[in-house]
Design a binder for this molecule. Sequence first.
Ligand code: MG
Length: 153
Amino acid sequence: MKIEIPKGETIEINTIVLDLNGTLAVKGVVSEQTKQLIHKLKTLNYRIVLISGDIRGNAKIISDELGIELFLGATSLAKAEQMKQFDKETTASIGNARIDIGTFENSKISIATMQSEGIHTGILRYVDILVPTIEDALSLFIDIKSLAGTLRE
Ligand SMILES: [Mg+2]
């Protein structure tokens, strides 16, 4: 999907990398609206990828249910290593914690969600956008004008 930033560059995002705990799932649960948004994003031809430290041991169950790819990364460095398989220029990421810094650093656009598991303040300088929920974060890639509006100077 092309994002034309007014008086700025045009970005093309094809891949969205998600963190699991505190991001895609809150306290282990993926909301129904989130499931619908993931489905919608797939119909828009986004490649949706989960890179997780899998602290709850349920990453495979969740990724299978949503029909998205799963890669494991138990540290920020491991997540950065997994990110090498994607084109940074066309990849966006969504996360909430220090472990996601390796993901954020290898993404064109980085978004942090401020949900009930919290965010680590150390990630703030690595993210472009802060949103309250994962539903808000995912919706930005459907309502591209909102994303362009947030990114424009
Ligand atoms: Mg997390």
